[in-house]
Design a protein around this ligand. Structure first.
Ligand code: ADP
Ligand code: MG
Length: 195
């Protein structure tokens, strides 16, 4: 396990400068939290780390191959149940009983075999979180994972996520300083590149 080092990262979309000479170190086995203004390039940075976008310049060292992700949008298979959504991602090495137990841990007890299209926004979010955390990986990326969760659900899910990522390298984008404190991560503030 090693640190992930981002140096001099830049990305434009045509005339729009989104990242300009961005530098960061994401510590191995720890949680790093990224905060910054809306439209400041946080999701773009995550997409570059995920290999879904390519930077214009700059380098990333120490990035592992296996990355799991809670995307900004849930990106679930709507016709499948919560259990199947998790199973598709985490593979057959992880038993159904364990998946059921983890989904119940985040309060989805009665709904784990309903098609996810019938679930509320907050319930879908929790499926997306469980899917990412149960998938074996060497880096966990979470883009505003607690968005849409009511306060008491959030407290419970935060505890679940903390337990699951303990000792793993994780990067979380959030708008909420309280979440950084609750999760106990180190904070990286992103300054808008076009300012
Ligand atoms: N594929 C794209 N093509 C053009 N512009 C984009 C694309 N993706 C993001 N942007 C723009 O880049 C800026 C940064 O977006 P994003 O990384 O999603 O910000 P954040 O996640 O910090 O809110 C925004 O102005 C957004 O509209
Ligand atoms: Mg974003």
């Amino acid at each position: 396990m090693n640190d992930i080092i981002v140096s001099g990262l830049s990305k434009n979309f045509d005339d729009l400068v989104v990242l300009r000479d961005f530098n960061a170190v994401f510590k191995a086995g720890e949680l790093s939290c990224i905060m910054g203004v809306s439209g400041g390039g946080k999701t773009t940075l995550l997409n570059i780390l995920l290999g879904l976008l390519h930077q214009d310049s700059g380098e990333i060292h120490g990035l592992p191959e296996k990355i799991s992700c809670v995307f900004q949008e849930d990106r679930l298979c709507e016709d499948f149940s919560a259990v199947t959504n998790v199973r598709i991602a985490c593979g057959m090495d992880i038993g159904k009983t364990e998946i059921e137990a983890q989904l119940k841990n985040v309060g989805l007890g009665d709904s784990i075999y309903r098609p996810v299209r019938e679930l509320s926004g907050g319930m879908k979010r929790r499926v997306a979180i469980v899917r990412a955390l149960m998938t074996p990986s060497d880096l966990i990326i979470m883009d505003e994972p607690f968005k849409g969760l009511d306060d008491s659900t959030k407290q419970n899910v935060v505890q679940f996520v903390k337990k699951q990522i303990a000792g793993r390298t994780a990067i979380m984008v959030t708008h909420d300083e309280e979440e950084v404190e609750l999760m106990g991560g180190s904070l990286i503030k992103m300054v808008a590149a076009n300012k």
